[in-house]
Design a protein around this ligand. Structure first.
Ligand code: FE2
Length: 467
């Protein structure tokens, strides 16, 4: 049965294999497991229709049509918003942050599907895709490397740790990593995956627009709007790469069929719009409280009591957070549907003399804040901003406006004191040409390219190739 081993596997199947492929260079056995996973996945998607044209000749027209459709739908969206429609994706600020956190496993391996082509950079038919990979890596610039940008986004909005994300959120990233480490066996699928993944999706445009509107940094997303453009960007190059790669000898269309299968993989797993739809503010708030309960159990005095039970007692049963919340509401500590400041519980978490100041991250506070406020949180107010006087909601500054006023972050220096960087420099000094290339290729893997050593390797590699 297709995918049966996954279905029968542990609840953390994707996450576990993902980390073995993403955190370090995987061994032979792990690469084989990843290849088996890809084969099962390809069987899973085999019956899906896919949206590529029947013949490769129609590819460029297909790409252009997709771009036109997306632009038309985006124009309709903008029109709708201008006429007063609410945000389509993010109900409140917590919702947007939840989505940024949930899609992290995919974004943190951005570009990985092309890595396996890098050792073959001398092949004339692979030049364009190698270039696309190096561009995903920002050509080694710390403020352009897509993975570094996403890591900074997670840090900036306190979206770490990610250890309790659902296993299903790792599936798409796992596909990308599995392709990275098995490119030789899956060349047509890699090329097809790239074709599917690099087309401009509508959700990228709307996400960028609504993040900016909420005062959240949209740069990672706007960057992809520009690099995926259908004129000279990754979308067109992805079409060209397929056309360049098709065998000149008659293979009965086998290569093209595998390209089509690979393109289907680019939509497998949970996508951005699935994650957007999965948000439930109450469930996320309860998850956060249950997580803190484990850490905070025993840290409270026995005098603190709610509904006749000590706080320590309540926190001793993290699975009973709904009961605890109901008791807090009953006792008047939480007042749903009112400004968070009206809740005694909130004043314990946030404010100048909050007893639990620093216990919750800024992301967690935003989730709790928006959950308590309920429908009013649609105004997108950050929890750090006090409620405006009167009933007139304050007009929110967009991220771009905030950045213009100097609220943007400076790019961190990448020449850090770093053991891998020192080791790479040392090894490069004593290596011959062939060894140097191998060292650079290794340092540019999904596990390392975003580190100071990886960024330096990318700059050296690209400098040598472009120069
Ligand atoms: Fe990217």
């Amino acid at each position: 049965m297709p995918g049966a081993e996954e279905a029968a596997g542990p609840a953390s199947f994707h996450k576990e294999l993902y980390h073995r492929l993403a955190d370090r260079e995987p061994d032979e056995g792990t690469r084989r497991e990843a290849a088996d996973f890809l084969r099962a996945k390809l069987l899973d998607v085999a019956s899906e229709p896919g949206d590529l044209p029947d013949a490769p000749e129609g590819l460029v027209a297909w790409m252009e049509q997709n771009t036109r459709d997306v632009h038309a739908r985006y124009a309709a969206y903008l029109q709708e918003r201008k006429a007063g429609a609410p945000r389509r994706y993010f109900f409140n600020r917590a919702h947007a942050l939840y989505v940024l956190r949930s899609v992290a496993p995919t974004k943190l391996v951005d570009g990985a599907w092309l890595y396996g082509l890098l050792p073959h950079w001398q092949s004339p038919r692979l030049g364009d895709l190698v270039r696309t990979y190096v561009e995903e890596l920002g050509e080694g610039a710390v403020d352009k490397n897509h993975v570094v940008l996403y890591r900074n986004l997670l840090a900036r909005y306190a979206l770490d740790p990610l250890d309790d994300l659902d296993d299903a959120l790792y599936e798409q990233g796992l596909i990308q990593l599995a392709l990275a480490w098995n490119a030789e066996a899956f060349l047509p699928e890699v090329v097809g995956f790239n074709l599917g993944y690099e087309q401009l999706p509508l959700h990228l445009l709307i996400t960028s627009y609504e993040l900016n509107e909420l005062g959240l940094d949209p740069y990672y997303f706007t960057l992809h709007v520009t690099v995926d453009n259908g004129d000279t960007g990754h979308a067109r190059r992805a079409c060209q790469a397929v056309l360049d790669m098709l065998p000149r000898l008659d293979d009965g269309g086998a290569f093209w069929q595998r390209v089509r299968a690979g393109a289907k993989l680019s939509c497998a797993g949970l996508g951005t719009t699935d994650v957007i739809a999965s948000f439930d503010g109450e469930r996320e708030a309860l998850r956060i409280l249950a997580r803190k309960a484990t850490a905070g159990h025993g840290a409270h005095s026995e005098y603190c009591r709610v509904a006749g039970r000590s706080i320590n007692d309540w926190l001793g049963t993290p699975q009973d957070m709904p009961g605890f919340v109901a008791a807090l509401e009953q006792a008047g500590w939480i007042r749903f549907g009112e400004p968070a400041e009206n809740s005694r519980f909130w004043s314990l978490l946030q404010g100048p003399r909050a007893e639990m100041f620093g216990v919750f991250s800024t992301y967690e506070l935003q989730v709790l804040h928006d959950w308590m406020r309920g429908p009013a949180s649609a105004d997108g107010r950050p929890f750090t901003e006090t409620a405006p006087a009167g009933d007139k909601p304050k007009r929110r500054a967009t991220f771009r406006a905030l950045a213009r006023n100097g609220a943007g972050l400076a790019a961190p220096a990448d020449d850090a004191l770093d053991p891998d960087l020192m080791l790479l420099r040392e090894q490069m000094r004593t290596a011959d040409d062939e060894q140097r290339t191998a060292l650079l290729v290794r340092a540019m893997s999904p596990a390392q390219h975003w580190t100071p050593a990886g960024l330096e390797a990318t700059r050296v590699f690209w400098g040598a190739l472009a120069g």
